[in-house]
Design a protein around this ligand. Structure first.
Ligand SMILES: NC(=O)C1=CN([C@@H]2O[C@H](COP(=O)(O)OP(=O)(O)OC[C@H]3O[C@@H](n4cnc5c(N)ncnc54)[C@H](OP(=O)(O)O)[C@@H]3O)[C@@H](O)[C@H]2O)C=CC1
Ligand SMILES: O=C(O)C1=N[C@H](C(=O)O)C[C@H](O)C1
Length: 267
């Protein structure tokens, strides 16, 4: 029988956190050791609406949580500020982070990478856990060898904190690996409404749409003379991310460095 993996979920009341708690509860060799929440400190999760029967302690302070519950893995689905603190504290306590939270800065990612290396323990930070989204990013990277002009349109629910999305930034980074920095459009281009041309990432544009009714969607549109290629992915619910969370928890147990993005893992 496989060893039990003891897990702490941060952000259990959130849209993603709820799904993650369910995943841990339903997976044979996963065990929920506790949760990190900014409310309900000192209570059992089962006392919180929607979690009846989930008898694990709720903590606010990550260090106290890790010292008392001694988990193997932290799954973080919170906010960029808290997610960064949780991830850093987890590494300091030899807990392996699996982070879905987006909005970390490049400096924070570098710092966490150095810390994971120094501690010699695994960490996965994945801007998108959905297998279709990872394929969309990989296909976009492939296409960018042939198409140098591209715009990314990401579309999300209207409660999202960060813009542009972590997935669109990761997609742009992967495309940038294949093409020299290129300023698209032309030099006389002028925005008559600020922001109309979107955000600039190494010369390619990223546009963020926020609307109620959406979950998580992205189009990568390549253009060339007389043709275009559109690569699109849609997540219609948050369960779509959970197989990637499960693979990440299993994989992080065997890693000794930080991996940013699941594209190398699903190979
Ligand atoms: N990698 C991926 O595949 C995906 C990543 N995401 C990312 O996951 C993150 C969460 O998204 P989503 O679930 O939609 O967001 P929600 O706002 O629904 O959930 C975030 C949760 O974090 C909680 N929180 C805030 N501060 C703390 C804290 N100090 N300690 C513990 N919990 C805290 C919030 O509490 P409260 O309710 O009290 O504010 C809330 O319950 C985002 O960064 C999002 O971009 C989302 C989908 C897929
Ligand atoms: O906030 C969300 O919902 C999502 N966030 C991630 C991102 O910023 O890319 C992943 C997915 O797009 C859903």
């Amino acid at each position: 029988m496989n060893e039990m993996i003891q897990i702490v979920v941060a952000g259990p009341r959130g849209r993603m956190g709820k799904e993650a708690v369910k995943l841990v509860q339903e997976t044979e060799n996963f065990k929920l050791a506790g949760v990190l929440d900014r409310k309900n400190e000192g209570r059992l999760l089962s006392e919180v609406e929607g979690f009846s029967g989930v008898d694990v302690p709720v903590f606010t302070d990550p260090a106290a949580c890790f010292q008392q519950t001694k988990p193997d893995v932290l799954i973080d689905l919170t906010t960029p500020e808290k997610g960064y603190i949780h991830t850093k504290t987890a590494l300091e306590h030899n807990v392996r982070p699996v982070v879905g939270t987006t909005g970390f800065t490049a400096e924070q990612l570098d710092e966490l990478k150095d810390l994971a290396e120094q501690k010699g323990i695994g960490c996965i930070i994945a801007p998108n856990f959905a297998v279709g989204a990872i394929l969309m990013m990989k296909f976009s990277e492939m296409a960018s060898k042939y198409f140098k002009n591209v715009e990314i349109i990401e579309l999300h629910h209207d409660q999202k904190l960060d813009a542009p999305s972590g997935t669109s930034i990761k997609t742009a980074e992967m495309i940038a690996r294949q093409r020299k920095e290129k300023k698209q459009g032309h030099e006389n281009e002028k925005e008559t409404i600020q922001g109309a041309r979107g955000g600039d990432f190494e010369g390619m544009r990223i546009h963020s749409v926020r609307l109620p009714g959406l979950i998580a969607h992205q189009e990568v549109i390549f253009g060339a003379d007389g043709q275009s290629l559109t690569i699109r992915h849609d997540s219609y619910n948050r369960a779509s991310f959970m197989s990637g969370v499960k693979v990440s928890v299993e994989t992080v147990m065997g890693l000794d460095t930080l991996v940013y993005g699941l594209e190398s893992i699903i190979d």
